[in-house]
Design a protein around this ligand. Structure first.
Ligand SMILES: [Zn+2]
Length: 388
C-alpha cells in the first residue's frame, strides 16, 4: 500500500571534522558514543541510503523508488534521471573540511570508468553542483579571489619560488597564469613552506584584514602544517548568516570551515582534494577538474525569490530545486516529483485529503512521492523542501 508521506531514517557520517554536539543538541540525533557527527544523508546514494518507515515495516528508500519509478519520481524525473537525482545533507563542521573541487559530469564519467588506482579519485560517475543554506553562521572559503588580490596577498609573504608564477599572474591575469600559480603553490618546497608559515603566523594580523586573519587562525588550530593554510589568501572567505545560501558549480575550489548548514547536491560523492586533508592529493586530476577563474562573493551568494511564507532559491542545474518555508499555516502544496522535506526548526504537519497526516519535529525528514500531488503544509519554525 502506498502512502503520501514516508518518515525517513537517515545515515549519520562520523567524519573526523564533525561536531560531537551540534546534531544532537539541535536535532536530537542520538550520539551515545560521543562520536563526531559530520553529516546526515537523505537520499539514495549507495554510500548512505535512507530507510523509510511505515506500518508495514521498513525498507530502503532506494527499494521503494525502484518498486514504481513513475509513481515515486513522476514520469518526467523517471525518464530524465531514472532515480532520485539529488542528495540532501545536514553538515555540522567543527573543523574545516578538505579544500576540494567536484568534477563536471563528463569528467566524472570518464574518470570513474578510467580509474583502476587505489584509493580511487572517483566514487561515481556524476557531477556534484552544490547549494549550501546556513543554519548557524557558516564559515566557508569559496572560489578564486581576483588575481590582483591573490598577487597582493602572496607578495606580502615574499616566497621566492612563487615569484616566477606570481609575476605572470600580475601582468597577464588569465586561466593559464592562475593555473600555473596554483600548481607552483601546491608544489612549494618544504623549507620555503615552513618559512612562509612562520612569517604568516607571526604577522597575519598586520599583513591581512581581520576576516582573512580569522580564517587562518581557525585553520591553524587543526592543520598547523598543511598547505591549505594558504587557501584564505587565494580563495574568497565568507561567513553566511543563518538563512543565507550560496551555490557552487562543479569546478569551483572550496572548503567549508565551520558551522551547521543544509547542503543539497546532485547525487554524487566525487571529491578531489587540494589541502586540509590527510588523504591523497591527486594534483593532475585536481587541476583537470578546477576552473581557474575568479568569482566574486556576490556571484556565489543566492538571492531567493520571496513569497508569503516561503523562499525559492534559483538553482542553475536540473538535478534539484530548493525552497524554505517558515511560519505557514495550511499552505497548499503540489508535488510533481520525488521530494524530501527536512524540519530545520520547530514542528511541521503534512496533511493529505485522504486523511493521512504526518507530524515532524526539528531534525526529522520525510519522503513525498510524486503521486501524492496535492497536500497542505503547516510549519511553526522552518522547513526546507528539495524536489526536481
Ligand atoms: Zn564540496
Amino acid at each position: 500500500m502506498s502512502h503520501c508521506f514516508y518518515p525517513l531514517v537517515n545515515v549519520v557520517k562520523n567524519y573526523a571534522w564533525g561536531s560531537r554536539s551540534a546534531l544532537n543538541a539541535r536535532f536530537h540525533i542520538p550520539n551515545p558514543d560521543n562520536q563526531p557527527q559530520a553529516e546526515l544523508w537523505m537520499g539514495v546514494h549507495p554510500a548512505g541510503i535512507s530507510q523509510i518507515i511505515c506500518e508495514e515495516g521498513s525498507c530502503s528508500l532506494a527499494e521503494l523508488i525502484a518498486g514504481d519509478k513513475t509513481a515515486m519520481l513522476g514520469s518526467r524525473v523517471a525518464g530524465q534521471f531514472g532515480d532520485l537525482p539529488y542528495l540532501l545533507k545536514i553538515l555540522a563542521a567543527e573543523r574545516a573540511l578538505s579544500i576540494q573541487v567536484h568534477p563536471q559530469k563528463a569528467q566524472a564519467q570518464a574518470g570513474f570508468h578510467r580509474q583502476q588506482n587505489n584509493p580511487p579519485d572517483y566514487n561515481d560517475d556524476n557531477h556534484k553542483p552544490e547549494l549550501v543554506y546556513a543554519i548557524t553562521p557558516f564559515m566557508a572559503m569559496n572560489g578564486f579571489r581576483q588575481p590582483a588580490e591573490i598577487v597582493r596577498n602572496f607578495k606580502k609573504l615574499g616566497i621566492a619560488s612563487l615569484e616566477a608564477t606570481l609575476n605572470p599572474l600580475a601582468l597577464h591575469p588569465c586561466t593559464e597564469t592562475m593555473q600555473a600559480f596554483f600548481v607552483s603553490l601546491m608544489q612549494l618546497p618544504q623549507d620555503e613552506k615552513q618559512k612562509a608559515f612562520t612569517r604568516l603566523f607571526d604577522e597575519v594580523e598586520s599583513l591581512y584584514d581581520a576576516n582573512l586573519a580569522s580564517f587562518i587562525f581557525r585553520l591553524r588550530q587543526h592543520y598547523p602544517d598543511d598547505i591549505g593554510l594558504f587557501a584564505p589568501l587565494f580563495l574568497n572567505c565568507l561567513t553566511l548568516q543563518p538563512g543565507e545560501a550560496m551555490f557552487l558549480s562543479p569546478g569551483t575550489l572550496h572548503a567549508y570551515v565551520q558551522g551547521v548548514a543544509v547542503e543539497v547536491m546532485a547525487s554524487s560523492d566525487n571529491v578531489l582534494r587540494a589541502g586540509l586533508t590527510d588523504k591523497n592529493i591527486n594534483l593532475a586530476e585536481l587541476v583537470a577538474c578546477t576552473v581557474f577563474e575568479p568569482i566574486s562573493e556576490e556571484q556565489l551568494r543566492m538571492a531567493p525569490a520571496k513569497h508569503a511564507g516561503w523562499q525559492q532559491y534559483d538553482v542553475p542545474v536540473e538535478d534539484f530545486c530548493f525552497d524554505v518555508y517558515s511560519h505557514v499555516n495550511n499552505l497548499a502544496m503540489q508535488t510533481t516529483s520525488a521530494e524530501i522535506v527536512f524540519v530545520i526548526d520547530g514542528q511541521a504537519a503534512l496533511h493529505h485529503a485522504s486523511g493521512e497526516v504526518l507530524t515532524l519535529n526539528a531534525g526529522q525528514a520525510a519522503f513525498i512521492p510524486a503521486l501524492t500531488r496535492d497536500w497542505t503544509l503547516s510549519v511553526s519554525g522552518a522547513l526546507c523542501r528539495v524536489y526536481v
